[in-house]
Design a protein around this ligand. Structure first.
Ligand code: SF4
Length: 224
């Protein structure tokens, strides 16, 4: 579920977005190859318009918990358009909760507050995960207990579901859940371009940062 937003756009057409998600970049590159130039220009104009609208909406809220909550509500609304698809994501199929999830600084504040308010997490596991580099081979061990998100309950349910990060909300598949933890499994993700533009807007806000959940949460806990 890693998004790995780069510091600079990888595609010239997206220079109006400081940190587009990789999926947004991929979509734009694919559409550029498919569409006549006028239609591609119209698509870019549409993306910019939506990006500006999302940015303006997010800026109505102060950084931190309030802006994270607004982002989550907006993300649920955008992702809701695919609710009629045969999505296979269910409570208990938690393969995607064993990857290095990325969160915004605002979301780190939300999760930090939950822990400070008494939610018990495995601090040892959090520290071990926070010490890893993104390229650490440990993250590639699909379904490994050492990779479990510290908010994942024993029954495979997210224990902070209402406050889960935006990336968790938009990560949906239509393939068998078992494929999510099968090396080389043919996972069929569902991409919602509006969700990608929204996350790009959230991470492109001035002062916004995005990073691994373990690293961001540990840092927030240390600062608090
Ligand atoms: S926050 Fe919840 S949904 Fe997201 S990875 Fe952790 S357990 Fe899974």
């Amino acid at each position: 579920m890693t998004t790995s937003l780069g510091a600079a756009p990888a595609h010239d057409a997206l220079t109006f977005i400081a940190k587009p998600t990789p999926q947004l970049r991929t979509t734009v590159v694919a559409q550029e190859a498919l569409l006549p130039s006028t239609e591609f220009a119209a698509l870019l104009s549409c993306i910019q318009s939506v990006f500006d609208k999302f940015t303006a909406k997010l800026m109505e809220f102060p950084p931190g918990v309030e802006r994270a909550t607004a982002l989550h509500e907006m993300m649920d609304q955008e992702v809701g358009v695919v609710a009629a698809l045969p999505l296979s994501c269910r409570m208990g199929c938690s393969g995607c909760c064993h990857y290095e999830v990325e969160i915004t600084h605002d979301e780190a504040e939300v999760l930090c507050a939950i822990v400070q308010n008494g939610f018990p997490i495995d601090r040892h596991r959090l520290n071990e995960q926070a010490e890893r580099e993104r390229t650490d081979a440990a993250w590639g061990r699909l379904g490994s207990p050492a990779n479990r998100c510290v908010f994942l309950g024993q029954a495979g349910a997210c224990q902070t579901y209402q406050h889960r990060p935006a990336i968790c909300r938009k990560h949906l598949v239509t393939s068998l859940p078992s494929l999510c933890t099968t090396p080389g499994g043919s996972v069929l993700p569902v991409h919602v371009i509006m969700a990608e533009i929204l996350l790009s807007a959230a991470t492109s806000l001035e002062g916004a940062t995005l990073g691994s959940l373990p690293k961001m949460l540990r840092a927030a806990l240390e600062e608090s």
